[in-house]
Design a protein. Structure first.
Length: 985
């Protein structure tokens, strides 16, 4: 604006002056004094801004500061006194720019601001400003002197001592002066509000039964019976209002209370409400730099929680708060995430302290991320043994909807009945407005929805002469918000619209930067939005919230599509520029809304990789799914193909982790990656794509195709050790399953000889395979088949030891596989069961389906070796086999099924054995897994013998002996001869 305007604003003015500055000039000299003075100004500016103030004017060795927009939960006077104390303390520090004390004066009242309201460089006139200057002049070195109004405004946080005998020039002798004495102890945290203050001014009506239900459940909880309750309903039904009323009831206030809030913008980030809660506990504000945020969290985790350095570092990494971008987790992310969940649950349980019960509220649970949902489900499982009442609010739509978290009961809120609706309307209106026509109009427009009832009634209350017949009255909530926006200055209206682009919660400083508004203009916008009950400062510190999601949606809905796109894009660019730690998923959200799809895809890839790094695999999958949706919107061409290849390079390995190398999704991604590389003419840096494609072919028992790819890898010019490791490993896999034990041992031997953990463990993120562990694993299996039990066990032990040193979960899985499969091949049921149990625990912790299936099968086999547990063990073998088949992993199925047939024969279940044998022979007919041909013949021989077909049984056993002998399979040869002896005997 260019035209002049002015307004009165309440402020606390602070004047600070350096003691004996003249002497300092003489002592230091002009140049050194000037440098020190700059440091003094910076010190004051920093402390003042920390408490929401701003420097209005530098006056030589003095500074004038104003406080008109304090942090949440502090008054202007409190903020000014707190900043003054910080300045005094900082000037006493060894690294202070001067050794002198300062004198500070603070006064509070109204001041007239000229022009655009920005403090710095503008005209400010007010008695409080003059008084603050006089108080500073009357203060002694090191003192903070304040007026009576400041003392009244800050007395909740500070103690004061009255001062007499210090006249103030220009003021009467009746002016009371107070010296700041000390800060009062403050509670660790105020319970944050769930709804804006103006909504709690209206009594809770029509929810008496639900409130009584909550209080009854709390009584049961206090008696030792923990439980969970879902407070559910459509938007505007008063879910948060009901819970807030309950939390401030007599019974609830005697309990420990905790509020964890979810948000739309955080829904794509793992543990997002937990992160927000912990930062609030640590005193972190949105304005804090990453180093400050980390330092405050470190204090919380170290001093309050008693964690050590490594634990704190891991926790900061898992919570995306570590200040060092190069820092790494000390252990596997899945294990550490499990530790984090148990740690948080333990801290939640301990929060009850000596109170009779703990009430935990999860606000807006419909925005929960996967990781937080799992954590809270684990908390729910612990409730029966804890005096904890878990309440979560969730927006539902329609009659059929399911709570996201386990709930012992659901309180479904519905529209208020007519009598309650009228009562609520009347409680909102002034006496002169309680006209029957007005009440009826509000009731009809609101449809019994409490938010609409109170909001429409509030609109009517603000009218001088409300008349429901006038066209200016809003017709629905969208119109209602528009009416409130009309009352705002144009610049504030645009500020609100830009804030709606940011979300239901927004950072006013960021919105102001987006709109080019000054701090004072921003403060004016905030004040007007609060006056119209559109938005309010967040009670927990920093940022603002719209009064309701529907309010934000209504304001956002009024923007044109073109304007939305522009604002979303500019906001994302600004966030990247000013917020180095901006979450990638949030940037992707805004770039997507801006239809800058390539930028959104890049951010989603970053988000997915970051999620994998901390073990948030489902969040990683969700990010990629969104990226592929955006890919469809890109124009056809080379750029789109490169974007797709980037996505496939992340998608394929992720599917392998989630479903095993045989699953169709992994294969599809790898096949598409190969096609894209051919289409784009990419010939370098493709070893990992070739290997993963070959790995899928092997898992699907397309052994010839996998063998061809292994040869392609080994023939890559200048492929280096990466190509040799992956090529020899894949070639060894193929040879083992084809029954060529000698070649398998040679190929795996090449990989073992090449492998150096310090150099090659870094290949794991690219291949999701550690070639050292894997080659040792298959060398153990090859030695076992060759009849060299001691050599096999040595290889298996080396594989497990290496995997433990590497600390990579997937590698540890192969280390466990090496141990229990080797022991099963060598015929030791006790050792096999022991290692399989350890492997099963790891597989379930990390959700590795193929490892889990093998461990279950091996446990079952061990049980079948004892007649007392044979039947149970056989069922477990069948369960493990089915679980393996569910992963679409074809390789190995024939081994499992051959062993199952033998045990079915032992159990006398011949029809089932016949069905399994038919499937086994059919599969071997097309997979050509010669490794398992002798086992299939042995199984068939035993079945035929059990059915009295001795000649056919002898023929099968003979063929098994000949085949095993020819292929050098000493282990299978021994079993074939045992079967042959049993038939002949």
């Amino acid at each position: 604006m260019t035209e002049a305007w002015s307004e009165y604003r309440p402020v606390s003015a602070l004047f600070v002056d350096l003691e004996n500055s003249v002497g300092q000039v003489a002592t230091l000299g002009p140049e050194a004094y000037d440098l020190a003075l700059q440091g003094f100004h910076a010190l004051v500016d920093r402390q003042v801004r920390n408490y929401g103030g701003e420097v209005a004017q530098y006056m030589g060795d003095g500074v004038m500061c104003l406080f008109h927009s304090p942090p949440a939960r502090m008054s202007r006077a409190e903020a000014a006194v707190a900043a003054a104390q910080e300045i005094v303390a900082a000037m006493k520090a060894p690294d202070a720019p001067f050794s002198n004390d300062v004198r500070i004066g603070i006064a509070s009242g109204l001041a007239l601001f000229s022009q655009d309201g920005q403090a710095a460089g503008k005209r400010m006139i007010g008695n409080c400003i003059n008084l603050a200057a006089r108080l500073q002049a009357a203060a002694h070195p090191g003192e903070i002197l304040v007026c009576h109004d400041t003392k009244d405004g800050a007395e909740a946080r500070f103690t004061f001592t009255e001062v007499t005998g210090r006249p103030l020039k220009g003021f009467s002798g009746q002016t009371q002066l107070w010296l700041v004495a000390a800060a009062r102890p403050q509670p660790h945290e105020d319970l944050p509000r769930l709804v804006p203050a103006h909504l709690t001014d209206v009594p809770l009506i029509g929810r008496e039964a639900e409130l009584s239900r909550l209080e009854t459940d709390l009584s049961g909880t206090i008696a030792g019976h923990g439980r969970s309750i879902a407070v559910a309903g459509e938007a505007g039904m008063g879910k948060s209002r009901l819970v807030q009323e309950f939390l401030h009831g007599t019974q609830a206030t005697g309990c420990a209370r905790m509020i964890i809030r979810c948000s739309r913008d955080g829904a794509g980030s793992d543990y997002h409400p937990i992160k927000d809660y912990l930062q609030r506990q640590a005193g972190v504000t949105p304005a804090d730099r990453s180093e400050t945020r980390a330092a405050r969290l470190e204090r919380l985790f170290g001093q309050d929680w008693g964690l050590t350095g490594t634990q704190i570092s891991d926790l900061l990494l898992l919570l995306d708060a570590h200040p060092d971008p190069q820092a790494a987790l000390s252990d596997d992310p899945i294990i550490l995430r499990g530790w984090l969940s148990q740690l948080i649950i333990r801290r939640i349980i301990q929060a009850r302290a000596s109170q009779p019960a703990l009430i935990v509220v999860i606000e807006d649970a419909h925005w929960l991320d996967h990781s937080s949902r799992d954590l809270l489900a684990d908390l729910h499982a612990a409730l029966p043994d804890q005096p904890i009442l878990l309440i979560f609010t969730q927006r539902l739509a329609g009659e059929i909807a399911t709570p996201l978290l386990p709930a012992d009961q659901v309180l479904r809120l519905r529209p208020l009945g007519e009598a309650s609706a009228v009562q609520l309307i009347l409680s909102c209106l002034a006496d002169r407005q309680k006209d029957a026509g007005i009440v009826e109009w509000v009731r009809d427009k609101s449809k019994g929805v409490p938010l609409f009832l109170s909001t429409f009634a509030d609109f009517v209350r603000k009218q001088d002469n409300p008349d429901p017949g006038q066209q200016k009255l809003p017709m629905d909530l969208l119109d209602l918000c528009e009416q409130s926006l009309i009352n705002l200055p144009l610049t504030t209206r645009r500020f609100a619209q830009a804030a709606a682009v940011m979300g239901s919660s927004f950072d006013p400083e960021l919105v102001a930067a987006l709109m080019g508004d000054s701090p004072a203009q921003m403060d004016s916008h905030i004040q007007r939005l609060a006056q119209e009950n559109l938005a309010a400062r967040r009670p927990t510190g920093g940022g603002m919230d719209f009064a309701h999601d529907l309010v934000r949606e209504a304001i956002y809905g009024n923007l044109s599509q073109q304007l939305r796109r522009r604002l979303h894009g500019e906001l994302a660019d600004l966030m990247r520029k000013t917020w180095p730690d901006a979450p990638s998923h949030l940037l992707a959200l805004h770039y997507g809304q801006a239809e800058r799809n390539a930028d959104a895809i890049a951010q989603l890839v970053n988000a997915s990789v970051a999620a994998v790094r901390v073990g948030a695999l489902r969040e990683a999958r969700d990010h990629l799914a969104r990226a592929f949706d955006l890919l469809e919107r890109l124009p056809a061409g080379t750029d789109r193909l490169h974007q797709e290849l980037l996505l496939r390079s992340v998608e394929g390995p992720l599917h392998m982790i989630l479903g095993g190398p045989g699953n169709l999704a992994f294969g599809t991604a790898q096949h598409r990656s190969m096609k894209l590389m051919e289409e784009l003419g990419i010939t370098h840096g493709r070893t990992h794509v070739l290997y993963n494609s070959g790995l899928h072919d092997w898992a699907c028992a397309r052994l010839d195709d996998a063998g061809r790819i292994s040869r392609d890898i080994l023939s890559i010019p200048d492929g280096g050790e990466e190509a040799l490791l992956s090529g020899h490993t894949l070639a060894g896999l193929v040879a083992w399953h084809k029954g060529d034990i000698a070649t398998a041992r040679v190929q795996m031997g090449h990989a073992i000889a090449l492998y150096r953990a310090d150099d090659h463990a870094a290949l794991f993120p690219k291949y999701l395979k550690d070639f050292g562990v894997f080659s040792l694993f298959y060398s153990a299996l090859a030695a076992a088949i060759a009849g060299e039990s001691d050599v096999a066990r040595s290889f298996a032990t080396r594989a497990e030891d290496l995997s433990e040193r590497l600390g990579i979960a997937h590698a540890k899985g192969f280390g466990k596989l090496a141990r229990f499969l080797t022991e099963m091949f060598c015929g030791d049921p006790d050792a096999a069961a022991h290692h399989a149990t350890r492997g099963l625990e790891l597989a379930r912790t990390h959700r590795f389906p193929e490892f889990e299936a093998m461990a279950i099968f091996t446990q079952g086999w061990a049980m079948t070796q004892n007649p007392a547990t044979h039947a149970e063990g056989l069922e477990q073998m069948i369960a493990g086999f089915r679980h393996w088949c569910d992963t679409e992993f074809i390789a190995w199925q024939s081994l499992f099924q051959a062993m199952i047939v033998e045990e079915l024969v032992t159990a006398g279940r011949h029809p089932e054995a016949t069905r399994h044998l038919h499937q086994l022979k059919t599969r071997l007919g097309w997979t050509h897994e010669a490794q398992f041909q002798p086992l299939a013949l042995i199984a068939e021989a035993r079945l035929l013998a059990a059915e009295g077909q001795s000649p056919a049984a002898r023929d099968c056993a003979r063929r098994a002996v000949e085949l095993a002998d020819k292929m050098g399979m000493a282990l299978w040869l021994k079993r074939a001869r045992d079967a042959q002896s049993g038939i002949d005997g």
